[in-house]
Design a protein around this ligand. Structure first.
Ligand code: SF4
Ligand code: SF4
Length: 152
């Protein structure tokens, strides 16, 4: 769901950080897992060679499924554990989650905060996030540090 370390290619596991809620803002948020319809190609389901357990998805078209609970948007994903906006919330299938779950990130490619993430956090009364700490050194980052928006 998000990158936190200076190595922008490293994905920090929510499960790894479960005992360190202060280390990863996602572990005291969970807003994106209770807002979007989380839909993806049915080939990501385990019975079709993917990783997402079939028992956790709903078929929404001949070729697409979504996580149960998110069918209509604004609903909570069946795999989300814990209380929204509270420490310890996490994904129960983190290692096996779908592509949209992996691609939704706190930061954009240039290291600036993802505005959708910021908006969802604000709705829970959570503080906005700053730029990714390594943004100035990110080879895909902005050409000048001043391009990076700053959190309030
Ligand atoms: S809305 Fe942002 S901070 Fe909250 S869980 Fe999703 S990616 Fe993490
Ligand atoms: S599968 Fe996990 S990461 Fe994806 S929406 Fe559900 S709780 Fe969030």
């Amino acid at each position: 769901m998000t990158r936190l370390t200076p190595d922008p290619t490293t994905i920090v596991s929510l499960a790894d950080l479960a005992g360190q809620p202060d280390a990863n803002p996602c572990l005291s948020c969970g807003a994106c897992c209770a807002h979007f319809r989380v839909s993806f190609y049915f080939g990501e389901v385990d019975v079709h060679g993917g990783t997402v357990p079939q028992a956790l998805v709903t078929q929404i078209s001949p070729s697409r499924v979504c996580m149960q609970g998110t069918e209509h948007g604004g609903g909570r994903c069946v795999s989300l554990r814990g209380e929204l906006g509270q420490p310890g919330i996490h994904c129960d299938i983190y290692e096996n989650r779908s592509t949209p779950c992996r691609e939704f990130d706190m930061w954009q490619a240039d290291g600036s905060p993802n505005p959708d993430c910021q908006r969802l956090r604000a709705r829970l009364g959570l503080a906005p996030l700053g730029p990714r700490p390594d943004a100035e050194n990110d080879p895909q980052g902005p050409s000048t540090p001043s391009d990076q928006p700053r959190a309030a």
